[in-house]
Design a protein around this ligand. Structure first.
Ligand SMILES: Nc1ncnc2c1ncn2[C@@H]1O[C@H](COP(=O)(O)OP(=O)(O)OP(=O)(O)O)[C@@H](O)[C@H]1O
Ligand SMILES: [Mg+2]
Length: 377
């Protein structure tokens, strides 16, 4: 499998695809007659959210078959009054989130679903997807635990969780065997979201764990021992519905702990050519873990991130990924959006920073897909 994803894979993006840009109206599948972004007839932009002109893909999230407008995404936001315009829906989403009211109450899974968010490639949207899907799930009535397993602590920052050196964190979980219940902090901006932060101490954990017995099982042990993780029958209504483990950009012992602990793997793929490199190695690692350490592990979810529907390159990558992974790929792709990238600097996810923005609506839709299609393992 690795051969098919290497640089010599024959993957075609068309001539000068990286530099080529074209209007989304010209792309296959783009709704005909759609006004140009920013034109007077374009009501796809959440104007009251202040999305900026350089938010290049603000009107483009992808659903199988072609891009759809943010207005269409807003229309899909269930639970809203059908008579509302897309802009009014976006505004309503904002109001509901500000008031702390779930946008929708979806059925909870019968058992906690544990997602490993991993891709050894850096900067592909692992952390952004982790925190925004987690926050989106709470807006759909789910209870979520995020475990930050990256010494960079980006997920902790985005979720506004204390993670200065010395804060009880995933380091204590892995190295000292501290219980998750003693480490998790409630996210101040999302009811039902809890976080085990990562501090810089975690950078030393890979080395410190080398001499520890069953060093790749530490996280699994901690999750198994948590009284709020398990089936509805065993744990009751206080259980976590979803656990998201945000991995660092490497395939070392930290990521291995996550792969052993989780059943579902979520791989974010940036819709850029180089993002496909290394995927073969990642999948080979998954196969190895499945064969020797965790037979339950399956790549259940692929999410396309930073999608810019104006480039043939992005469309080509999306097509290739969908051909290879099929139903594992979420129909909703996450558009490249300035609001998504600036949210962490305010200690927020885009789900609370700008709930009516295309990035937030896309993550909400992606979360809804994850819930409604259920576990694919
Ligand atoms: N949809 C998006 N639109 C715009 N910027 C984005 C989007 N998703 C992610 N980014 C930005 O891309 C950068 C990398 O994202 P992120 O930190 O989530 O990747 P990562 O895979 O977790 O990185 P690392 O490998 O370092 O852990 C960040 O600056 C983030 O704000
Ligand atoms: Mg990260």
């Amino acid at each position: 499998m690795s051969d098919s994803w290497g640089p010599g894979s024959g993957f075609s993006t068309g001539p000068e695809a990286g530099a080529e840009r074209e209007s989304p109206q010209n792309l296959p599948g783009y709704p005909q007659g759609t006004p140009a972004p920013g034109s007077p007839g374009d009501d796809s932009v959440s104007r009251e959210t202040g999305a900026r002109a350089d938010d290049v893909s603000r009107e483009t999230a992808v659903v199988t078959g072609g891009p759809v407008t943010a207005a269409q995404l807003a229309e899909r936001a269930a639970g809203f009054d059908d008579d509302l315009t897309p802009l009014a829906r976006a505004a309503q989403a904002t109001v509901m989130v500000r008031a702390g009211i779930p946008q929708e109450e979806l059925d909870r899974p019968a058992e906690t679903r544990v997602f490993v968010v991993a891709n050894q490639k850096g900067g592909v949207g692992k952390t952004t997807s982790t925190v925004n899907l987690a926050a989106a799930l709470t807006q759909l009535g789910q209870r979520v635990l995020v475990i930050d397993l990256d010494p960079q602590g980006n997920a902790s920052t985005a979720l506004n969780i204390e993670h200065r050196q010395g804060t009880p964190s995933s380091y204590e979980l892995l190295v000292d065997g501290t219980a998750i219940a003693d480490l998790a902090q409630a996210c101040p901006d999302a009811a039902g979201l809890w976080v085990v932060p990562a501090t810089i101490d975690l950078a030393g954990a890979e080395i410190e764990l080398v001499s520890v017995v069953a060093r790749e099982q530490r996280l699994k042990k901690a999750l198994d021992a948590h009284p709020r993780i398990g089936t509805a029958a065993a744990v009751g209504p206080d259980r976590f519905d979803y656990v998201f483990i945000d991995c660092p950009p490497s395939l070392g012992l930290l990521t291995l702990n996550a792969l052993v602990a989780g059943a579902e793997m979520l791989i974010p793929i940036q819709a850029e050519y180089y993002a496909l490199e290394g995927l073969g190695q990642l999948l080979a690692t998954v196969d190895m873990v499945r064969a020797h350490l965790n037979p339950e592990l399956a790549v259940s979810t692929i999410v396309l991130t930073m999608f810019d529907a104006r480039t043939r390159l992005a469309a080509g990558v999306a097509h290739e990924v969908r051909e290879h992974f099929g139903d594992q790929v979420l129909k909703t792709a996450i558009p490249r959006s300035v609001r998504v990238s600036e949210a962490p600097s305010y200690g927020q996810t885009v789900m609370t920073y700008d709930p009516g923005s295309p990035g937030a609506l896309s993550y909400l839709e992606a979360a809804r897909e994850i819930v409604t299609r259920g576990s694919m393992t």
